[in-house]
Design a protein. Sequence first.
Length: 269
Amino acid sequence: MLKKIKIKPIHIFIIAPIILALSFFVINYRNNILKEALAAPKTLHPLTFYCDLDEDLVNFTKEKMETSIHDLEMEKYFNIGAPPGGSPPIDPPPPSTGFFSLPMNNACVTCPYEGYMYSSGNCHEGADFDGSGTPVGAPIYNVAPGIIKGWGLSSLYGYWVAIEHSYTLPGNPSPTTLISFYAHMIELPTSEVQTAGVGGSIDRGIYIGRMGNTGNSHGAHLHFALLTTMEINGQEPWPRYIYSVNPEEYLPTDGLGQCVILPACGGCH
């Protein structure tokens, strides 16, 4: 028969310090492992989701990615022989048969207005211009006389510029206001835009920038939108779908090539 062990107060005084010492050793060992892991170089795998990234690391990574994208675009930019920003392009601006002209020469629409839905639930509020005749660095032109509303570098739209236009429709004496928005450019707008400044006037056909792949973009193109109003928060523009119109209904068709619509742009469902 097993003999019962009686635990006396003296036993508790002997065992308790041992348990506490072991606990302290385990916790200290675990903390040292965590410190070593945090001090080790961090590599971000594109398929890995990190929940607790250090804020400085996130900002540093984002800055490096934006710099890498810009450097890559500039390399392609100079490889095609495009002059630096601010220099006049070789080609004349697209012709105009009405108030608006096309924003690019030899371009076509690869993803139309309402071509797909953003994660926010809003539809594509513009039209994407691309094509074999528009390599990276191809010039972009202002589509109509107007007032410069703003420009900047956005995490979503990359380098962008917005220009406000006021015109009168036939049979309607009240002026109509539309804002043309140009996004994913390779760099800041040209010297013509920056010299005029926000609130300055700019004519139709003025060279305002070059097509790029900056911001949340999956290939070089011009994201072009027409809006009845647009908010700008610092350098972050908000071209909301509810304030947009179909740009293809306002732009001329002369000079607009035929493109194969991208598979992901079958409609906003």
